[in-house]
Design a binder for this molecule. Structure first.
Ligand SMILES: Nc1nc2c(ncn2[C@@H]2O[C@H](COP(=O)(O)OP(=O)(O)OP(=O)(O)O)[C@@H](O)[C@H]2O)c(=O)[nH]1
Ligand SMILES: [Mg+2]
Length: 351
């Protein structure tokens, strides 16, 4: 793994021990997510320019393998590690499968990216990560989970969800966007900022009103036709009420640069939320895992005493699969998702 600048030759952290916990004093990483065409790349470009103008440059990572041109100075680019077109050709894949495969390949080396971020932390104000257009390729994939968890377990990490305000004027489109945002929050459990982009086209005040007042959203639904969709959206907006309450929102135009002071304020507040909410959650999961490890260790010792053969990790017996349950150590903590997905992710990382 290399960056556009001096490369790193540091080695992997030991795989056999639990992580020590995030460094909460490190500069934050911001994962920029959003539907295709919502303006993620333009947002990263504008925020990069904004931070350079303030003489507090960011560290920028592009995780979109399919983009042809990156319009900002990039420090780490997935396209230097994996070639999207070659992946399509070599594995006979369509565009989405190839994006997923590129992310899988990238995530096997993401520990190197984390090392680079940690190493450069004194030189930047915030680390920005631009993600692929096909949002599900990142948010619903094991590699997306691994990348997110690796960042969050290393230092403060915040999700910025970009919404195309012009498209969200339709209440059902707005609802779909909010459901997606809610599902990402549920999966990552990270501080979450909804960025209403393209405010130069439509002032996103309508969206803020819909979030604050259910009746305003209801009125907007009345103006549209489909009654089935209206009923569904109405019920969902009631369900999402609690989600809206704890949500940070900012309105920006990535074209004019309007609202970017608010973006920085929201990031700073989210870092505090990360420390207050995410870190205690993380530490609890870590403590539980440690306890689990202890129990497993005791079980092994008991078996040892009973005279059962105990396999030494250093001397492969050729029958290692049987040992997995007792010898496996957890080296990544996943707070989001469901158990089966966690198992799936953990499996993927080990191989
Ligand atoms: N008017 C206006 N246009 C914008 C704004 N932000 C982005 N756009 C336009 O929206 C289109 C998509 O922007 P991108 O930044 O490529 O969006 P993206 O989310 O990165 O797209 P994918 O990576 O392909 O999903 C481009 O034509 C941008 O110029 C904005 O704030 N205002
Ligand atoms: Mg993009």
């Amino acid at each position: 793994m290399s960056e556009s600048g001096p490369s790193s030759s540091s080695t992997l952290p030991p795989q056999s021990s639990l992580p020590t916990g995030p460094n909460v004093d490190q500069k934050p990483s911001v994962l920029v997510l959003g539907m295709a065409g919502s303006g993620k790349t333009t947002f990263v470009q504008r925020l990069t320019a904004f931070l350079h103008a303030r003489k507090t440059p960011p560290y920028v990572i592009n995780l979109d393998p399919a983009v042809t041109k990156v319009p900002y100075p990039v420090n780490v680019d997935i396209r230097d590690t994996v070639k999207y077109k070659e992946v399509m050709k070599e594995f006979g894949m369509g565009p989405n499968g190839a994006i997923m495969t590129c992310l899988n390949l990238m995530c096997t080396r993401f520990d190197k990216v984390i090392e680079l971020i940690n190493k450069r932390s004194d030189d930047f104000s915030v680390c920005l990560l631009d993600t692929p257009g096909q949002i599900e390729a990142f948010t619903w994939s094991a590699s997306g989970s691994i990348i997110t968890d690796s960042l969050a377990s290393s230092h403060p990490t915040v999700v910025m969800y970009i919404v195309d305000s012009a498209r969200a004027t339709n209440p059902t489109t707005f609802m779909s966007n909010m459901l997606y945002a809610c599902s990402i929050l549920y999966r990552t459990k990270l501080p979450f900022i909804v960025v209403f982009n393209k405010s130069d086209i439509v002032k996103p005040t309508f969206a803020l009103k819909w979030m604050q007042d259910f009746e305003r959203f209801d009125e907007a639904l009345e103006d549209t036709r489909s009654s089935y969709m209206n009923d569904l959206s109405r019920s969902l907006s009631l369900v999402l009420d609690e989600f809206y309450c704890g949500l940070k929102t900012v309105c920006v135009s990535s074209v004019t640069g309007e609202g970017f002071d608010d973006v920085m304020t929201a990031i700073a507040e989210s870092v505090e939320a990360y420390k207050k909410e995410y870190v205690p959650m993380y530490e609890k999961v870590l403590a539980d895992k440690r306890q689990m490890d202890e129990v497993e260790k005791k079980k092994r010792e008991e078996e040892d005493l009973k005279g059962k053969p105990v396999h030494d990790l250093k001397k492969p017996t050729g029958d290692e699969d049987d040992d997995l349950d007792l010898n496996t150590k957890v080296d990544r903590i996943h707070l989001g998702g469901v158990d089966e997905e966690n198992d799936e992710d953990a499996e993927l990382e080990r191989h």
